[in-house]
Design a protein around this ligand. Structure first.
Ligand code: IVH
Length: 663
């Protein structure tokens, strides 16, 4: 047992060190494979000896049950906010006011990353609580969620600090924010307005497993209550936090002159776009804690610090035209085509107007000068029309009578105009792209979806599941290997998808991820779902009369397409769906020789293809496995010569059984 504990401690310490180098220092010290191997060893020990699990084990970062709500938790020291300085004059005014009282004072300058603030309470070096700012006096206890953030140490590098309440910002990178919004838009039809909201929303998920999937980062910028450490300046604090294992607000700089402060403000502003995270200014702080204490605070904010904000990312441009886009549900979205304008380093020339209510609310006309805002990397939006610049030659925006893609008549549905032609090419291509996304079919992105529709290889959504290797080969940019790969990906999906995903892929109006999940939980099987009743539907929380009617109407009108999908051989499984890449044979080149007792050769090859293998008839140096049946041919000798791994019939069946492909 002693040996096990020794090895266990080694694993926890080493894996934590690896995480620190990877996530905090951006400097990996181990390969992903090696890391995964050690983590599996750790999990195995923890499964056998749950009593020895350490609170700072990497396994403790995920796996907590979703809670019903967050508990309230108090900050020992109040978490204040900052006053703003909105331009250089206001910065200089603030600095001079302080300097009047404290002549030889030092300031420290830090970037102001735009996220959501969080306090982490470490007792004896171990993370005990994570509390959101809330009203500054009490916030929400989000400890289980915070533990999923890899840049939050579960244990500090220095353990004998009695207590330290570390404060900082939870952030999502601009790139991950964009990816998250694309995913949310296509799956749930909603987006976060900016990275700050995305970080706050992700941190406050009731299910920590969702927080874990959103790539959040913690950057430390201060302390609340502490006991057992001696520090006297913010500069020392940031260095100490870094040594304890945190990423800190960086670059920071100590200085004394107004000019140095303005130079730093300008420098960070000019580099604003090159930061991974959204910035909305710099923070200027008095460096000495002693002077901070004597300056004190108002009820809202400290007098020893100020946020020097950067100008908002808003510019003017002119609407040249309004175009229409058809979404996967047939909704026609107006898009303003603008005279290109650079906002915060990005050229904006198209802005979605979402729906026609917005056009009338903002009174938008073609030819209008408008204010365009792009808060960081957020989808740009038109905030208002500059009516003073109208020349009276502006043209009214006409709602479309016919679909811009298929010319069929358009219907009005609330604020939306809709194309109701199910085989409208733009609508279908968007639907296929969406299916590729939710079923994680690698290679089935936007351009492939468009080409499949354009070449009439796909005339409805069911056709995706009937595509043959030779069909895919007809697409531009698809060669043998890529066609085989996409074909395999589709076969793998057909081997088993969950009812939730199946319901999602149909594209029923108002059924996004959450509602599809609720429907799948209620009905369990595809048969039950297709025979659902109004009363059963409205008994599900979140589903009211309108959604229930949408579901019933959809099932009635689209039974044919649903049956066509099922006839393709696509299996809807209860519970866990088969993981596409989990198969032993996934992406492996496999050859069969001799007779198999349970399959004809063609059947076995087809099955291998279905589970993602690349079957072949001849042995080469690149072959991964040779499956050997009775009376093998010359392939066996060749395989031995090339040192190809040999699998006998029994082993082959065992692998298939263990993966659930054979009874
Ligand atoms: S110090 C007493 N430093 O900005 C409050 N805040 O607008 C001390 N923020 O609530 C805050 N980067 O969430 C500080 N380097 C930094 C910061 C920073 C971002 C956030 C923080 C604060 C908000 C105020």
């Amino acid at each position: 047992m002693e040996e096990v504990i020794k090895r266990y401690n080694e694993l926890v310490d080493f894996l934590n060190k690896c995480d620190h180098y990877y996530y905090v220092l951006d400097n990996p010290i181990i390969s992903d494979e090696e890391y995964d191997k050690l983590k599996l060893e750790l999990i195995d020990i923890e499964r056998k000896y749950p009593n020895i699990i350490r609170p700072d084990s990497p396994s403790q970062r995920v796996g907590f049950e979703p809670s019903k709500e967050f508990k309230e938790a108090y900050h020992v020291e109040k978490m204040l906010s900052l006053e703003n300085a909105n331009n250089e004059e206001e910065i200089i005014e603030w600095v001079r006011k302080i300097k009047k009282e404290y002549k030889d004072i030092r300031f420290i300058l830090e970037p102001k990353f735009d996220g959501t603030s969080l306090e982490l309470v470490y007792i004896g070096g171990i993370l005990k609580y994570a509390i959101t700012r809330g009203d500054g006096i009490k916030g929400e206890d989000v400890t289980n969620n915070a533990k999923t953030i890899k840049t939050i140490p579960l244990k500090l590098f220095e353990e004998n600090i009695k207590r330290i309440d570390v404060r900082g910002e939870v952030l999502i990178s601009k790139e991950d924010f964009k990816k998250l919004n694309e995913e949310l838009l296509s799956i749930e039809g909603r987006t976060f307005a900016n990275p700050r909201n995305a970080a706050a929303g992700s941190l406050r998920q009731l299910d920590p497993n969702i927080t874990a999937k959103r790539k959040l980062t913690f950057i430390a910028w201060g302390v609340g209550y502490y006991e057992g450490i001696e520090i006297s300046t913010q500069y020392e604090l940031l260095n100490m936090l870094s040594k304890l294992g945190f990423k800190v607000s960086h670059p920071f700089k100590v200085c004394k002159d107004e000019q140095e402060i303005i130079d730093f403000y300008r420098e960070i502003q000019s580099k604003r776009d090159s930061f991974l995270f959204e910035l909305d200014g710099i923070v200027i702080k008095v460096n000495e804690f002693e002077i901070q204490r004597s300056l004190g605070s108002t009820i809202r904010s400290p007098r020893w610090s100020i946020a020097a904000k950067f100008p908002a990312l808003e510019r003017t441009s002119r609407i040249i035209d309004i175009m229409y886009q058809v979404g996967r549900m047939g909704i026609i979205t107006p898009v303003a085509i603008l005279e290109p304008v650079e906002i915060g380093g990005v050229t904006v020339s198209r802005v979605s107007l979402h729906n026609f209510d917005i056009i009338s609310k903002l009174d938008i006309k073609i030819g209008d000068y408008v204010y365009v805002r792009r808060a960081g990397d957020v989808i740009p939006e038109i905030t208002s029309v500059i009516k003073e610049r109208r020349s009276n030659n502006e043209k009214e925006v006409q709602a479309p009578k016919y679909c811009p893609a298929c010319n069929s008549e358009v219907i009005k549905d609330g604020a939306y105009y809709k194309c109701i032609n199910l085989s409208c090419p733009e609508r279908l291509a968007n639907h296929i792209e969406y299916i590729g996304k939710i079923l994680e079919i690698e290679g089935l992105g936007k351009s492939t979806a468009q080409k499949l529709v354009e070449l009439k290889l796909v005339k409805d959504i069911a056709d995706i599941f009937y595509l043959e290797y030779h069909d895919i080969l007809k697409l531009p940019n698809f060669a043998e290997v890529s066609s085989r790969k996409l074909y395999n990906e589709i076969q793998k999906v057909k081997a088993g998808i969950s009812l939730e995903k199946f319901i999602m892929l149909l594209g029923i109006p108002s059924i996004g991820k959450a509602n599809a999940k609720a429907l799948a939980n209620k009905f369990k099987t595809i048969e039950n779902f297709l025979n659902c009743k109004f009363d059963e539907l409205i008994s599900i929380s979140g589903i009211g009369d309108e959604i229930a009617n949408n579901v019933l109407k959809f099932i009635m009108e689209n039974r044919g397409i649903v049956e066509k999908i099922l006839k393709s051989g696509l299996k809807v499984v209860n519970g866990e769906e088969k993981k596409k890449t989990s198969s032993f044979f996934y992406n492996k080149k496999v050859v069969i020789t001799g007779e198999l007792s349970q399959f004809k050769r063609e059947e076995a090859l087809k099955l291998l293809e279905t589970i993602g293998a690349i079957p072949s008839n001849s042995i080469s140096k690149k072959t991964d496995y040779l499956i050997v049946g009775k009376n093998p041919g010359s392939k066996l000798e060749k395989a031995k010569e090339y040192r190809v791994k040999i699998i006998n019939e029994e082993e082959f069946y065992e692998i298939l059984k263990s993966e659930g492909f054979l009874q």
